[in-house]
Design a protein around this ligand. Structure first.
Ligand SMILES: NC(=O)c1ccc[n+]([C@@H]2O[C@H](COP(=O)([O-])OP(=O)(O)OC[C@H]3O[C@@H](n4cnc5c(N)ncnc54)[C@H](O)[C@@H]3O)[C@@H](O)[C@H]2O)c1
Length: 324
């Protein structure tokens, strides 16, 4: 299939591109390299451009006869979205509308969207399924939910089929060590743990230790990046036989507390990890764990990486020899 991967130079998108290439798809990457890395994208496949630049999108769609689009591009720092919502609504909502309009103009009707657990807001049950109310508590989550609403209208009016995949915490790296997670600033726990070991200065902060969880630290659901990518392939096949607008949650279903992740990282790396407690961050719920049973049932999705140690060891492999 001829597939456009927007944000294919970023953390998740670059892993997706590698897998699509290995399966013989014809892939084009569209990325403004704002948080992505040119080194993570095969040069011949990279079309540098910004979703806010409609002319650039028009040239891209004219030059390629795409059959499907996977959309990973977004600004995704929750804290930044609170202080600079304009940048988030512009990039994530208007950028996506521009992309969907280009699809519509060129008769491309399959769309896979990187949504987020942030659309749900504070959890009202132990695990979050697709029936959970959507009450995002920050602009980042609202941009993702707005796009999910827009997708309903674009299906109704223009026939664009879509699957929105709500990721919980993407983690780990390419098992061959060629790709990995490299964000500045880094806000994700596992890379920050591993970086604190590599830079030797420690400085790892844990935000809050009096949550209502067994050890007082937050519980999150970590899903290996390749498992996340495999769900995208299944979603694409699903759209061949199902005309509509779909949303699926993507998580392991296993929650790990921050202290459990640190203990697992000590096990994997063989090093003691130093950390200090800092005040809890505003809007951080105690526990965020996915119920992905619908995804498993309807997409036939199976996760390969279920243990946190396995996930961390692929990340550790990357962080010891990062290529960008
Ligand atoms: N990493 C996670 O745990 C996680 C969890 C939930 C949802 N998500 C979502 O998954 C997607 C990918 O996340 P990631 O961690 O790989 O992020 P990332 O920042 O590594 O990748 C995003 C890519 O999009 C590009 N981009 C951003 N705005 C663009 C624009 N206007 N035009 C063209 N390119 C643009 C960036 O340069 C980057 O390469 C995002 O939409 C994010 O919101 C990620």
């Amino acid at each position: 299939m001829r597939i456009l991967v927007c944000g294919g130079a970023g953390y998740i998108g670059s892993h997706m591109v590698k897998i699509l290439n290995s399966q013989g798809h014809t892939v084009t990457i569209f990325d403004n390299l704002s948080t992505g890395h040119a080194q993570a994208a095969p040069a011949a496949q990279l079309f540098a451009g910004d979703l806010l630049d409609k002319e650039s999108l028009a040239r891209l769609f004219k030059a390629h006869n795409f059959e499907a689009v996977m959309h990973f591009s977004a600004k995704s720092l929750v804290g930044e979205s609170m202080t600079n919502p304009s940048a988030y609504y512009t990039n994530n909502v208007i950028g996506t509308i521009n992309l969907l309009d280009a699809m519509q103009a060129h008769q491309v009707h399959r769309f896979i969207f990187s949504s987020s657990a942030a659309i749900f807001g504070p959890p009202q049950q132990k695990t979050i399924n697709e029936e959970h109310p959507c009450r995002p508590i920050n602009p980042y989550g609202r941009t993702k939910l707005m796009v999910e609403h827009i997708l309903k209208d674009y299906h109704h009016a223009y026939g664009i089929r879509s699957v929105s995949l709500r990721y919980f915490n993407a983690a780990g790296a390419d098992p061959e060590g060629k790709l990995g997670e490299s964000h500045t600033p880094e806000t994700h726990l596992i890379p920050n743990i591993l970086k604190s070991l590599i830079n030797g200065h420690g400085g790892l902060k844990i935000f809050g230790n009096s949550y209502e969880t067994p050890d007082g630290t937050c519980i999150r659901d970590y899903i290996h990046i390749n498992d996340l990518c495999s769900a995208h392939l299944l979603a694409l096949n699903f759209l061949d036989n199902n005309d509509g607008v779909f949303g699926f949650n993507l998580g392991n279903g296993n929650g790990f507390s921050i202290l459990e992740v640190i203990a697992a990282a000590e096990q994997v790396t063989g090093h003691k990890i130093k950390f200090e407690y800092a005040p809890p961050r505003e809007g951080d719920p105690a526990r965020l764990v996915a119920d992905s049973s619908l995804t498993r049932r309807l997409l036939g999705w199976k996760t390969q990486y279920t243990g946190i140690e396995e996930i961390i060891s692929t990340a550790w492999n990357w962080h010891q020899k990062p290529r960008y």
